[in-house]
Design a protein around this ligand. Structure first.
Ligand SMILES: NC(=O)C1=CN([C@@H]2O[C@H](COP(=O)(O)OP(=O)(O)OC[C@H]3O[C@@H](n4cnc5c(N)ncnc54)[C@H](O)[C@@H]3O)[C@@H](O)[C@H]2O)C=CC1
Ligand SMILES: O=C(O)C1=N[C@H](C(=O)O)C[C@H](O)C1
Length: 265
């Protein structure tokens, strides 16, 4: 693959900086654009210097240059929605990592998928996506335990995270419920909720320090418990996954693709 021209959408962010660094270091890709919103204090600054790389002669801009071949988005929901419309009109392949979308915002993304190839994943991490398949397998094996299995999902993230629970936790819950049939997604508990309904999946979002992302899926039974845990140690697991997704998505027809497609899971 010749140098894939990548635009980083949300380039000044925690993830945008790492995607810039990982892409700049890759032999098959280059940072062709670094995008931020109109009010960003980063506009005009060098994307490499923002990412701690030194100058790479890519100034942060609002608009995506015409030579860009793929966009990697780590931004905010309201920005993503506008980006999707631009990519749809320009037939630009897109990697979506931003989480916390409303149902209406998700529908806008869904509408664009008819026109452009999109990799859309709440986590680009190889370890997280493998753990999702392990969770699917455990759910399949445990769905008929006579005394019932109580599934709870615990996620931990840094104090700056704006959405809760994580998109990854919600996806874990979707996987479990698709295999085991729970319909009640219970976010936290307080007061006197009484006996835990068997039809429930519980979600608990910890916001602590600089945790880059940690998820534990608990399968609680009478007499024993299974826990599946996956922990990020740096944000680079997500950045490497996003770049792999970009290299994958530019070769695809319009449609929706997952990290399972990218990673061959
Ligand atoms: N799918 C995955 O693997 C991962 C997803 N995420 C998600 O990515 C998103 C960003 O996470 P962080 O980088 O930690 O957040 P952040 O707040 O550090 O970065 C967001 C960036 O988007 C920029 N932005 C805001 N409005 C914009 C606009 N109109 N156009 C372009 N950029 C705009 C902000 O200025 C900021 O630089 C979150 O939704 C998070 O949940 C984070 C890590 C991994
Ligand atoms: O905000 C973050 O940092 C992360 N968000 C994603 C999510 O909401 O699942 C992915 C990862 O856990 C880090």
């Amino acid at each position: 693959m010749s140098n894939l021209k990548v635009a980083v959408h949300g380039a000044a962010g925690r993830m945008g900086q790492r995607v810039t660094a990982v892409t700049h270091a890759d032999k098959e890709a280059k940072v062709a654009a670094a995008i931020e919103g109109k009010s960003s204090p980063a506009l005009g600054k060098d994307a490499g210097e923002l990412a701690g790389l030194g100058k790479i002669d890519v100034p942060v801009t609002v608009d995506i240059p015409e030579d860009v071949e793929v966009v990697i988005d780590f931004s905010v929901p309201e920005a993503l929605i506008e980006l999707v419309k631009v990519c749809q009109s320009r037939k630009l392949p897109l990697v979506i990592a931003t989480t916390g979308l409303s149902p209406e915002q998700k529908q806008i993304v869904d509408n664009a998928i008819a026109d452009i190839p999109v990799v859309w994943a709440p986590s680009m991490s190889q370890a997280v996506n493998v753990t999702m398949e392990l969770t699917r397998l455990a759910s399949r094996f445990l769905k008929n335990v006579p005394e019932g299995v109580d599934v709870e999902i615990i996620e931990r993230h840094h104090r700056y995270k704006e959405d809760a629970p994580s998109g990854t936790a919600l996806r874990f819950g979707e996987i479990v419920s698709s295999e085991m049939g729970q319909t009640n997604h219970q976010h936290g508990r307080e007061g006197r909720p009484g006996l835990r309904p068997r039809d429930e999946i519980g979600y608990h979002a910890l916001r602590v320090g600089d945790n880059v992302g940690e998820h534990t899926i608990v399968f609680g039974m009478l007499g024993e418990t299974i826990e599946l845990s996956v922990k990020g140690s740096t944000r680079d697991s997500y950045a490497y996954g996003a770049l792999a997704a970009a290299k994958f998505v530019v070769k695809q027809k319009p449609g929706l693709y997952s990290m399972n497609d990218v990673l061959g899971l």
